[in-house]
Structure formats: structure tokens, C-alpha cells
Design a protein around this ligand. Sequence first.
Ligand SMILES: NC(=O)c1ccc[n+]([C@@H]2O[C@H](COP(=O)([O-])OP(=O)(O)OC[C@H]3O[C@@H](n4cnc5c(N)ncnc54)[C@H](O)[C@@H]3O)[C@@H](O)[C@H]2O)c1
Length: 371
Amino acid sequence: MQSSAQFVPSVAETDSLRVGVVGLGFAGTTHLDAFTALPGATVVALAGQEPARLAELGSTRNVPNLYADWQDLVARDDIDVVSIGVPNDLHHPIAVAALNAGKHVFCEKPLAVSGLLAAEMVEAARRNDRVLEVAYNHRRRADVQYLRRYLDDRPLGAVYHTRASWLRRSGIPGMGSWFTSKAAAGGGPLIDLGSHVLDIALYLLDEPRVKSVSAIAHNELGRAGRGGGHHQVSGGASGVAFDVEDFTSALLRFEDGSSMHLEASWASYSKANEDIEVELLGAEGGARLHVDNYATSGTVTLYQDVAGAPSIVRPTITVPSGHHQAVIAEFIAAITSGNYEKHYGEFALHRSRVVDAIYRSAHEGREVEVA
Ligand SMILES: NC(=O)c1ccc[n+]([C@@H]2O[C@H](COP(=O)([O-])OP(=O)(O)OC[C@H]3O[C@@H](n4cnc5c(N)ncnc54)[C@H](O)[C@@H]3O)[C@@H](O)[C@H]2O)c1
């Protein structure tokens, strides 16, 4: 453990939430920079297992308290918020410990590696009356927000089917790292990428409940060592080469009789590049979000009948970056509001249960009910 002198808040910092960030990879660094950029929060502690990176982030971001292990960070009684950017299997122990210690928690997606563990996290948030927020940052894209506003007027009529997918041609992250270990990650592209498009779709559809799912999963490329991508991972080797899927396809049935086709791949011999898609088919119109390789314009198409003729509308929307910052700003606002009833992580729990059901359906080869 690397520790520094006891932290004494400065006058300026006493008005801020005191934040400890766990993780030094893409997620942890993004959380660190987002909290640092926002008013109302000061990052006072950082934890992670790459000593050189820890020292570099500590000095460049002016974080005074540095730890190798999350337990030492959570043990500090002068921290209000713990921000979690570590492998998926660590979300549950860190969040539950932090919530039980009276801290608010900002957690990376997925909430946990299983619906059961996710439920325990939500229960800990509710019992301790602390905010548990999850980093579904892509819903904060300007094009998703545009669609959310567009749908508020119900121009599509009843949406009876949705297609949601995140597909890569060649993008398995960190082959042999925690990402490709079932125990550490909970699964492959479904839990990693599919959970984002599932979130966007459920958010746009006003949170319908998924009743049952029928799914398949394959791992032809990953288990053959093909399909690795450029995605950098900080965590070391997991000891497992590849025991997750590289492709999942699922049909979801909602309680109201509508449906969704959800697909996610890290690798596939296909036209996919890095394609995010959510397409809504309504009785009176349609809408499509298609983001090709993190495109920042031209991503929304609307389908309507205008004066009786099938018509296509392409609104001009530019998508700035900073989606994590937007989610973290909402998290800070939720804490400041003092009313946490809608912020115990319940919407993320439903997503975890849907992901669980998809894996179970693929494993058992049959349609299964969502818990
Ligand atoms: N929302 C997004 O867009 C997005 C993008 C990437 C990753 N993620 C999520 O963020 C999380 C982390 O992903 P990543 O790509 O940053 O992973 P990573 O492997 O690059 O980084 C993981 C970090 O966790 C740290 N860590 C591991 N064990 C620890 C311990 N016991 N104590 C303290 N630190 C510990 C490691 O030292 C490392 O710095 C995952 O849950 C992933 O799903 C989300």
C-alpha cells in the first residue's frame, strides 16, 4: 500500500464533495478528469495497481492521496463519493463496502457481473440511503438526447419493435486480460457493449419491462485467438485466455407485447466497423440512430409519411464529446438534491437481469423469463 499524510480539506474544498476514484485505465482516468472539471467535486484520492500511472495521475491531476488497493481508499472517512472504474467483478465488493461506509457511489457499467450481485448493490444503496449511479454515458450523446426529445411528442405512435446493436469487425479488448474472462467480466460483448445499446433503447422507450428473452452466443473468433483489437487495457493477465462469447444475438419480449432484437459483437467477419445502432419501428413513423465508428454527425434518420408520401428526414445534429462528464454532473446533482429515491441504481439492475437472462437462454438453448 502506498499512502500519504492524512488529508486535510482546504477551505475551497470544504464546499465540494470529496471524491475517491478507483481505477487508472480508460474508465478511471475519464472519471478523474470529469470530476476534476466539474464544480461541486474535488478528487482527493486515487487507487490503482500500476504504480507509475498512479504517480503520474497523482501529480498531473493534483491528487494528494494515492493507494494501490481500493480498500485503503474506501477506509478513509473524509471521502463522500467513491467512483468505480475497475474490472466488472470488483464493482460489487467496492460499491457495497463504500455504500455501507455511508459514501455515494458512481459505478462503471455493467452494475455487476450478475443480476444477483447487482440486486445486493441496489439493496445496499437503499438501506444506507446513498446514491448509486451507473455510467451509461452513451445515452448522454446529443443525438440520443435529440431522439429522446423527439419521442416525447410520440410521433412514432406505438413502437412495436426495436433493433439495437453494437457490432465490431475486429475489436476484442485485451485478449487474455480480465475482459475475456467470464469470472472477471461476467461475459463478452453483450455485457460490455450490448449493455450500452440496451440502455439507450430502454431509455428511449420509457423503460418498458422485458418479460422474456431467447438468445444465442458464439465465440468462434475469440477462442481461436482472432479478432483482437486496438483497445488498450490497464489490468494485467487474468490467467484465462478467452472463455466469454464474441457474438450474441437475442430476441427480447416486453410485457406490453412489443419486442427488441439486441446484438453485440467484439469481432465478426462482416461489414461492421464499430457500429452502434438503435432503430425504432412505430405504427406511425420510425427513427434510426446509426453511429459508425464514433461518428459525431449524420447519425439520426427519421421516417415519416409526409402528405401521403414515404419521407426521410435527416436532422443536423453535432455530437460533442464529454458524455461521462454529463452523467457525472447528473450524479452530483442527485446527491445535492438530497432525495435519492430514484437514484438507488434500480434501472441498472433491470439491465443486469436482462443480460443474465440472455446468457442463461443462450446456455440453456431456450426462451427464459427475466427475473
Ligand atoms: N462507459 C464506458 O464507456 C466504458 C469504457 C471502458 C470501460 N468501461 C468499464 O470500466 C471498467 C474498467 O475498464 P477499463 O477499460 O478502464 O479497465 P482497465 O483494465 O484499463 O483498468 C482497470 C483498473 O482497475 C485497477 N484495479 C484492479 N484491481 C484493483 C484493486 N484491487 N484496487 C484498486 N484498483 C484496482 C487496475 O489497476 C486498473 O488501473 C469496466 O467495468 C468497464 O466495463 C466503461
